[in-house]
Ligand binder design. Structure first.
Ligand code: CU
Length: 207
């Protein structure tokens, strides 16, 4: 058996794939046609996807009774740090895809501040965040099994880089959705691909 030419062929195929890696820009609107910010966007390729590495630590701040950002996407194994910037204590409770909780002293506390940290393992899906002390506080961390992901900005857009050309499915997730949103098929070209998609509801504005 001639292994070497086979290896060379595989390598060439891999390099060709890498060369075809493209940028996909997704524009998300709500059911009323307005840009939808804070939507988690996960793109899965039909071809075998690499296992995504853990991200560098992601920080979620508790500020003015809000989690900032309200929606984050991480990959399994990513360490998430919660930091309290308010002048009063907060609490973090994670539920759904992961379960954890801790209290975080105020930023003005005399005691040295200890941020809460958790490493999110495991499968695909959202972890809901809340605070026992302030029921108005809510946030989400979506754990993505795909390396191709993002969160829409204030214009309802997100750009995902390094996506191999070929067929893919795009899944949207919004914390206020009541049912899973149907995935949207996209053919990723060698050049930039733009995909307009819409939520099937109108999210309430974040206070
Ligand atoms: Cu709180």
């Amino acid at each position: 058996m001639r292994i070497l030419p086979l290896m060379a062929g595989l390598l060439a195929a891999l390099l060709a794939d890498a060369a075809l890696a493209a940028t996909v820009t997704i524009h998300v609107k709500d059911a009323a046609g307005q840009p939808a910010p804070g939507v988690a966007v996960i793109l899965r390729t039909a071809a075998l996807m690499p296992v995504p590495p853990a991200l560098p630590m992601v920080e979620i701040v508790q500020e003015r009774l809000r989690f900032v950002p309200a929606v984050a996407v991480v990959t399994p194994g990513t360490r998430v740090r919660f930091t309290n910037r308010d002048a009063f204590d907060h609490h973090v409770k994670g539920s759904g895809g992961a379960t954890f909780e801790f209290r975080i002293a105020s930023a003005t506390s005399a005691a040295p501040q200890r941020p809460g940290e958790v490493v999110l393992q495991g499968g695909n899906g959202p972890v809901a965040l809340g605070c026992h002390l302030h029921s108005v506080m809510s946030g989400s961390v979506y754990v993505s099994d795909s390396p191709y992901h993002g969160v829409t900005d204030a214009q309802g857009q997100v750009q995902i880089n390094g996506v191999p050309a070929g067929d893919a499915m795009v899944t949207l997730w919004h914390p206020q959705q009541l049912v899973e949103l149907p995935a949207v098929a996209v053919r990723v070209g060698a050049d930039a691909t733009v995909l307009p998609v819409a939520l099937n509801f109108v999210p309430r504005r974040r206070r």
